[in-house]
Design a protein around this ligand. Structure first.
Ligand code: TYD
Length: 136
């Protein structure tokens, strides 16, 4: 299985010493694309459900840099839920997956590394449209 065509939890390189820990994401390690955008979610209410869309081309690496939350990924046929609870792990999300983020703990933050700049045309926001796009 190639982690960049199939969702997978991947280790993020961490430098740890007596003063704490430092996580590093660079092009190729572990994100094998030029990083074109970084964004983060914070102050998310615990009952909020975010995402609810798919991307046609975008690759992402999602890291729970604080707290915990869940990411459900759906390829149009089956769904898998990943519980993110460590700044030392990232969830690789290839294009073509409907994602639903929920269960944000108090003070949690999701850091997202993306392979492209923001492009509303890369989004599929209608689930039925996604299912027919995924079965094309
Ligand atoms: P959205 O992608 O729907 O967030 P989520 O999937 O986390 O629920 O984006 C929420 C809003 O933020 C929407 O109005 C678009 C805007 N936005 C940007 O302006 N730039 C970005 O890079 C992202 C990811 C979102």
């Amino acid at each position: 299985m190639n982690r960049w065509t199939t969702p997978e939890l991947v280790p993020v390189p961490v430098v740890r010493d007596d003063l704490g820990a430092l996580g590093v994401v660079e092009r190729d390690d572990p994100f094998p694309f030029p990083i074109r955008r970084v964004y983060y979610l914070f102050d998310v209410p615990s009952d909020a459900v975010r995402g609810s869309h798919a991307h046609k081309e975008l690759h992402q690496l999602i890291v729970a840099v604080a707290g915990t939350f869940s990411v459900e990924l759906d390829d149009g046929r089956s769904r898998t839920t990943f519980d993110l609870d460590s700044p030392a792990m990232g969830l690789s999300v290839p294009p073509g997956y409907w994602r639903t983020l929920s269960g944000f703990s108090e003070g949690s933050a999701a850091l997202v590394f993306a392979s492209a700049e923001y492009d509303p045309d890369d989004y599929i926001r209608d689930y039925d449209e996604f299912v027919s796009w995924a079965s094309r």
